[in-house]
Design a protein around this ligand. Structure first.
Ligand code: FAD
Ligand code: NAP
Length: 339
């Protein structure tokens, strides 16, 4: 049985590091512990929130209900076919540790998603992606507890309604399900993707002649460590905003004024702009406001230098969004989950 604690600081449980409190806090290691938690009077008394690594959340204030910490573990290869291994992973496993294990085992497909913080269970929530690969590319299915009925439901890829940093769990089914296990279909033969961002340049810098999953993973780890703030040292939740999707006409109009704007065509005929470029161009990159600001190397990352409040970070995001709208006519959307 999980212990339910009251008035607990959430500072160790989220990467922005604000000292906000949860009215109630409980951790679960198994499905039956989770079932007990959701049957408790404390759970019923207010809102709830499940956290993995807390690397994609911003708390503007104390959380007035129960925060559940997902600690369900286990990585099992359960079957295989000619092309792939089917691997079931407990939702409380660390995403990056799972990627490292899959590389060691020769299960290919997630090497480009190395060093993304957080848990396996939160990864489908926003269909995590980096360097041209998304979780959905190697996703098979997941199991999630339906909170209202206590039933365990299975979701295949279609049912998850994955999109760019999106899924049904972030939209229609928000707060209705707790993901407890995720299954992947990982390849027996590699299909390496090195054409994105600085991967090739980094491989060359490291003198890599023979491509391997480990070499790509190491290259991505090196790039990320050089560009992104380590949340253990500087509070942040990665990219605060999504890359906006706009009509090509708008992108061309911006490009007429700013010839160095690059954009990327999407399958639906629209184009993707780099939000970091817009924020940088508008003069926000590296700006500090005492105890918070915009990171100096990556304009998408808002940082807490130590004692910022969630409200200050949220208000900064509002100002950036208004400025980008007025300068470029582009509406930015937050990627981070706000509480
Ligand atoms: P949490 O922050 O704990 O939760 C995020 C949301 O998911 C919350 O709304 C929470 O309630 C919900 N949730 C969590 N677990 C479950 C569950 N089991 N069932 C249902 N809902 C759940 N993201 C990318 O996509 N690509 C990147 O390259 C990337 N790089 C990052 C780099 C840094 C330095 C940081 C700090 C973040 C980065 N992120 C990136 C964002 C983040 O790491 C991912 O979104 C990650 O999947 C969040 O996992 P988590 O366990 O920390 O989620
Ligand atoms: P980058 O390589 O400097 O690229 C800048 C932007 O251009 C990225 O946002 C990326 O879009 C886009 N891009 C680059 N090459 C592309 C291509 N060949 N086709 C289509 N789009 C392309 O980006 P970065 O900031 O260093 O990040 C590297 C990767 O890690 C990116 O995929 C980024 O999304 C991911 N990342 C995510 C977070 C997060 O919290 N979500 C944090 C850090 C890094 P996409 O973002 O759509 O890939």
């Amino acid at each position: 049985m999980s212990t339910i604690q009251s008035q607990v600081s959430l500072q160790p449980f989220h990467t922005f590091g604000m000292d906000v409190k949860a009215k109630w806090l409980a951790a679960f290691n198994t499905l039956s512990e989770l079932a007990q938690c959701i049957k408790s009077p404390e759970f019923a008394s207010g809102p709830h929130l499940v956290l993995g690594g807390g690397s994609n959340v911003l708390f503007r204030e104390d959380f007035p209900g129960m925060v559940l910490l997902n600690r369900i573990k286990g990585v099992r290869c359960v079957s295989e076919d000619e092309q792939a291994y089917y691997v079931e992973v407990g939702a409380g496993e660390s995403w990056h540790e799972f990627v490292l294990k899959s590389i060691e085992e020769g299960w290919f497909g997630f090497e480009n998603l190395s060093l993304i913080p957080g848990s396996v269970g939160a990864a489908p929530m926003q269909n995590i992606g980096a360097y041209g690969v998304e979780l959905k590319d190697r996703f098979h299915s997941l199991k999630a507890l339906h909170i209202a009925s206590g039933a365990l439901h299975s979701f295949d890829k279609q049912a998850c309604e994955f999109g760019y940093r999106e899924s049904v769990f972030k939209r229609r089914f928000r707060d209705q399900y707790i993901i407890v296990e995720v299954s992947f279909r990982l390849l027996k033969e590699p299909e390496f993707r090195t054409d994105y961002g600085d991967i090739t340049a980094q491989l060359e810098r490291s003198g890599i002649r023979e491509l391997s999953a480990k070499a790509i993973s190491d290259a991505i780890i090196a790039i990320r460590q050089s560009k992104l703030p380590d949340p253990k040292l500087l509070g942040n939740a990665g990219s605060f905003f999504k890359n906006p999707e706009v009509e090509q006409e708008l992108a061309l109009a911006i490009q007429a004024q700013y010839p160095n704007l690059s954009f990327y065509p999407l399958e639906n005929g629209r184009v993707k702009l780099a939000a970091a470029w817009l924020i940088d161009q508008a003069g926000w990159k590296g700006k500090t406001f005492g105890r918070y600001g915009v990171h100096k190397n990556q304009a998408l990352v808002l940082v807490n230098y130590g004692a910022a409040t969630g409200r200050e970070i949220f208000d900064l995001s509002e100002k950036i969004m208004a400025d980008i709208q007025s300068k470029f006519g582009v509406q930015l959307e937050r990627e981070v989950n706000i509480y």
